[in-house]
Write a protein that binds this ligand. Structure first.
Ligand code: TRP
Length: 337
């Protein structure tokens, strides 16, 4: 069996960093026909671990992320889309996994560490937040997933999941499947910079192009993009390293030859930012136009979106309860079977 499980925290809308970092790969994997089962989860319970005081934002984002998923081409007849909080089995699994994880191991998780610093949680870490890697291990193992397509920032989560799988299997026998991470082959796609040139496109930094942005908004953002501050006159030789416009061309333009020629011309001098930006905008619009169209179609039928999520969630529960029963059997806590 080849099974995919992946997902995102609903704390806003998805952006181009999510797209090249993972969404595009998921759609390719889905359409490859190589997978028996594909589960795509909206991780609302995980979002609540640092948004307990803002459930309205999480709720609204669940719907937005679902629309983003459908818009990029995740197809509910091929992929099961579901909502994490509605699969109670995941929380039962988490409870048992917590017994094989130490607090110090959680505190050492690099992604959790970075987030704690970013959110200023140092002196008051919500316990649920500290433990979310364990719940993520439950999300993955509950579906016997062997492939997890995610962004690069999730590497430590997969490592910790594999550790948990090893410990559980050591104690109770071979009950859980160990997953592998799946990252985009193209390095620039793994960490797309923001339009301001900062290392990462991120909501908190406010440097994103969203999948749901209008053509006019995308055009304005491309116009504002960070390029080469030393490239003042068109005739000046320009730099392509750290030049966001070229990084985006590397990530989004399928025609590598055209990009290589443009880079060469830019470095030589004589190619202006306006022209390169115009080309990038065309490339982005070609990708974003069908995404916007599908978003509008589904957006006009919220009942249909809800139905997709409800049916997906039912299917997800079925699978998760099978795995939970298997673990409880192995743990000898299946008294009434
Ligand atoms: N941590 C992931 C994110 O940011 C979301 C997530 C939760 C997830 N559970 C998962 C991803 C399981 C892959 C597999 O946004």
């Amino acid at each position: 069996m080849k099974t995919i499980l992946t997902g995102d925290r609903p704390t806003g809308k998805l952006h181009l960093g999510h797209y090249v970092g993972s969404l595009r790969e998921r759609v390719l994997l889905q359409n490859s026909g190589e997978f028996d089962k594909i589960f795509i989860m909206i991780a609302d319970a995980q979002a609540l671990t640092d948004h307990a005081d803002n459930p309205a934002k999480v709720r609204e984002s669940v719907y937005n992320v679902a629309l983003d998923y459908l818009a990029v081409g995740l197809d509910p007849t091929k992929s099961t889309l579901f909502i994490q909080s509605q699969v109670a089995e995941l929380f039962e699994l988490t409870a048992y996994y917590l017994n094989v994880v130490t607090v110090s191991r959680l505190e050492r998780n690099p992604t959790v560490k970075t987030e704690i610093a970013q959110k200023g949680f140092e002196t008051s870490i919500p316990a649920g937040f500290l433990c979310y890697p364990v719940s993520q291990a439950a999300d993955i193992t509950a579906f016997d997933a062997n492939i997890v397509p995610v962004g690069e920032d999730q590497i430590p989560m997969l490592e910790q999941t594999r550790e948990i799988v090893r410990k559980i299997n050591d104690i109770y026998g071979e009950v859980l499947v160990a997953p592998e991470i799946y990252l985009p082959k193209n390095q620039v796609c793994r960490r797309l910079p923001g339009i301001d040139g900062k290392a990462k496109m991120s909501k908190t930094l406010g440097n994103c192009i969203y999948l749901s942005d209008s053509s006019a908004t995308v055009a304005a953002k491309v116009k504002d993009m960070y390029t080469d501050p030393l490239h003042i006159k068109v005739s000046d030789p320009g730099h392509v390293e750290g030049n966001v416009v070229f990084t985006y061309l590397d990530a989004f333009c399928a025609d590598k030859k055209v990009v290589a020629d443009m880079k060469e011309h830019y470095q030589r001098g004589g190619l202006g930012d306006v022209k390169v930006k115009k080309f990038l905008l065309e490339v982005l619009e070609e990708i974003l136009t069908p995404i916007r169209q599908r978003r509008a179609e589904y957006g006009a039928h919220p009942d249909e979106v809800l139905k997709i999520l409800r049916e997906g969630t039912e299917k997800a529960r079925e699978k998760a309860s099978e795995v939970l029963a298997r673990l409880k059997g192995a743990m000898k806590i299946n008294y009434f079977d």
